[in-house]
Design a binder for this molecule. Structure first.
Ligand SMILES: [Mg+2]
Length: 197
């Protein structure tokens, strides 16, 4: 795969599973807490609750609990993210972080970003638990890197080009809706930060 060149653009960047290795760590923690052995490759839908066999409300409570653990506070950056952000900065891009995390995680998220990416000087950090379209529109982003198919739809709706970072839950799949499969194909797909120059 040739590298995706991004220069001189307004770039939106998701936090979970783009900047940090969130879902893998969440699942590992959940397994250790509950004596289960779920595999990340089985998470073919963004809503992990279905894979875990719990309700969405229960899953939200699990995430709230995970936010409060040292596993979450010391989440590793995703492979290549630090160098990738450096390359985007050197390429003259303006970077906006847009996350779906909710209020409970605000201060922890800010601390984590400041610790891992203190040099990055992100233009803004937006918490958008109810959808990313309006932030994409407001900042007039040129493109946005995300891992969720519903966000691909929001990014296109907001007028930007979607770039999707490959994960089991965002690949085309026969069990997905037509809309999600369309989003999986419409977005420019990268395997990880090493594919972005
Ligand atoms: Mg994400």
């Amino acid at each position: 795969m040739s590298k995706l060149l991004i220069e001189g653009q307004k770039v939106g960047i998701d936090v979970d599973d783009v900047l940090c290795d969130f879902s893998h760590r969440l699942l590992k923690w959940y397994n250790s807490e509950n004596g289960t052995s779920h595999n990340i490759d089985d998470v073919i839908e963004f809503n992990m609750a279905k894979v875990l066999g719990i309700s969405s409300d229960q899953f939200k409570r699990e995430i709230d609990a995970f936010y409060d653990t040292r596993f979450c506070r010391y989440l590793p950056a995703k492979d290549g993210a630090v160098d990738g952000i450096n390359r985007l900065i050197e390429g003259g891009n303006t970077l906006y972080l847009i996350t779906s995390r909710w209020d409970l995680a605000k201060s922890y998220t800010k601390d984590w970003i400041n610790e891992r990416f203190s040099y990055a000087n992100f233009e803004d950090l937006v918490f958008a638990p109810n959808g990313k379209k309006s932030a994409v529109e407001y900042f007039e982003l040129d493109c946005m890197i995300d891992d969720a198919l519903h966000n691909v739809w929001a990014i296109i709706g907001g007028g930007a080009a979607p770039i999707i970072m490959d994960q089991p839950w965002n690949r085309p799949h026969e069990q997905r809706s037509k809309k999600d499969n369309l989003c999986a194909k419409l977005a420019e797909r990268v395997n990880g930060w090493d594919d972005i120059n």
